[in-house]
Write a protein that binds this ligand. Structure first.
Ligand code: PFF
Length: 450
């Protein structure tokens, strides 16, 4: 029976195709929208330092964990564990699948806002009153319709397949994002607020880190996992379409570096824009303030309409190249496990996820809670389980797989394994403890639903 479902699996057509797809998953709303504003909310450059450390020291080794499982397993993220002889750990892949579904439901709602802001830039309709415009497009029928359109595009790309859809789309979108963002960054240097913006962004105040350790670390770590798409089983799925001759450490390193550069670059675009028209204060805080603050700034800048349009198009490409990876996780599982056609599965899963996201169009309260729940709870748990699994239960296979197709030395592999066994779990447990504390405080003080 099983052989029916073992039809020829697709593989990326080239190494660069895989890198574009994985960078596409990583680069998203998390980099361009959430990262600058998390930085603004959490004390500017102090947050940046902790975030960069989290990406390099915990994110990169964790990405290699997902790659190793995916390529070794050559299956969707649930069955990959079984295929490498550890079926009892399949629930970890399932947990990632659950996070992917939940995340895409909300991600698509915000993707819908981005669509509305593209339209709003073209027509100039948010220029007069950015607050009212946000209210009108972020909730109610407009938000539902935009969420539906965003999801439909995502479904369309995934239905076309790994190479014909995902690889082709990201091979177009990633270079476009890079070129346009560099252009926006160059333009932003000419703004009057540029220096003030850079200063705010780039002068770390180490006192702030020391005094706010408990409140900076969980969001910084959560942001690192989210931006690298870790803990969602996405990188397991993508690595399962890899050939043997790719170097996992080299590809992972390239993906982490490009993703980080895009986030940093987004800060170089956003902060000068905000400081040209007032400062970063207005942009810190909840999900919507960033849209309102940026739209307000575009309304007051020379050429703001065209700049705003380009900015939101970049944001749309970034969001789509991520949303397709989130949909790919359930689609790969359902097509392989049940043998359904990819296109049918993409539509069915996409419609289901669309429905799950609809409550988020009633108001932004859910979005804030969801964000904290995923960042502070689900992701750290998934990463902890992945690290314990690879570090303690599948270490020999993992070392072997990491070395395939790469020229990394034995010492790289040994250090990585040691790191994954000890440093990663300890760091994640500390984060989890701080995060759960913060969640609990938030819930009991009525910060979410009060
Ligand atoms: N990494 C994406 C971002 O930064 O926006 C979001 C994301 C995509 C998270 C895919 C998780 C994922 F599996």
């Amino acid at each position: 029976m099983a052989s029916i479902h073992m039809a020829q699996r697709e593989t990326w057509t080239s190494r660069i195709g895989f890198i574009f797809a994985a960078v596409g998953s990583a680069v998203g709303l998390g980099n361009i929208w959430s990262f600058p504003f998390q930085t603004a909310t959490n004390g500017g450059a102090a947050f940046l330092v902790v975030y960069l450390l989290a990406v390099a020291l915990i994110g990169f080794p964790t990405m290699l964990i997902e790659f190793v499982i995916g390529r070794r397993g050559e299956q969707n993220p649930v069955e990959a564990f079984r295929k490498i002889g550890h079926g009892q750990w399949s629930f970890v892949g399932g947990l990632g699948l659950f996070s992917s579904l939940l995340t895409l439901a909300f991600y698509s709602v915000v993707g819908g806002w981005v669509l509305s802001y593209i339209v709003g830039s073209a027509t100039g309709s948010y220029f007069g009153d950015p607050g009212t415009y946000f209210g009108a497009v972020s909730a109610g029928p407009t938000a539902v319709a935009a969420h539906a359109v965003f999801m439909a595009i995502t479904i369309g790309i995934v239905a076309l397949g790994v190479t014909g859809g995902i690889e082709r789309a990201t091979t177009f979108m990633i270079p476009a994002i890079l070129v346009l963002l560099v252009g926006l960054g160059a333009w932003a240097t000419t703004l009057e607020g540029a220096t003030a913006g850079y200063n705010y962004y780039l002068s770390p105040d180490f006192g702030v880190i020391a005094n706010n350790f408990g409140t900076i670390v969980p969001p910084a770590m959560g942001q690192a996992f989210f931006t690298l798409s870790l803990g969602f089983s996405v990188m397991i799925a993508y690595a399962s379409y890899l050939g043997e001759d790719d170097s996992l450490p080299a590809d992972g390193g390239a993906i982490v570096v490009v993703n980080t550069l895009v986030a940093l670059l987004a800060g170089f675009v956003v902060f000068p824009i905000l400081f040209a028209t007032g400062g970063a204060e207005g942009a810190s805080g909840g999900a919507g303030t960033a849209f309102v603050a940026l739209a307000g700034a575009f309304g007051n800048l020379p050429a703001g309409q065209i700049i705003g349009f380009v900015f939101f198009v970049v944001l749309l490409f970034a969001a789509l190249s991520s949303s397709i990876s989130l949909l790919e996780v359930p689609v790969s599982y359902i097509t392989e496990h049940y043998g359904y056609r990819r296109s049918t599965t993409a539509v069915a899963a996409g419609v289901f996820i669309f429905l799950v996201g609809v409550p988020a169009t009633f108001g932004t309260t859910w979005l804030g809670f969801y964000n904290d729940f995923v960042f502070k709870f689900l992701l750290p748990i998934a990463v902890l389980l992945l690290a314990v699994f690879i570090g303690w239960f599948a270490d020999t296979d993992a070392m072997d797989e990491l070395g395939r197709g790469s020229s990394v030395g034995g010492s790289f592999k040994t250090i990585w394994l040691w790191w994954v066994r000890t440093v990663v779990p300890i760091a994640v447990v500390v984060t989890l403890y701080l995060g759960i504390k913060a969640l609990y405080t938030g819930l009991s003080s009525g910060a979410y639903f009060g």
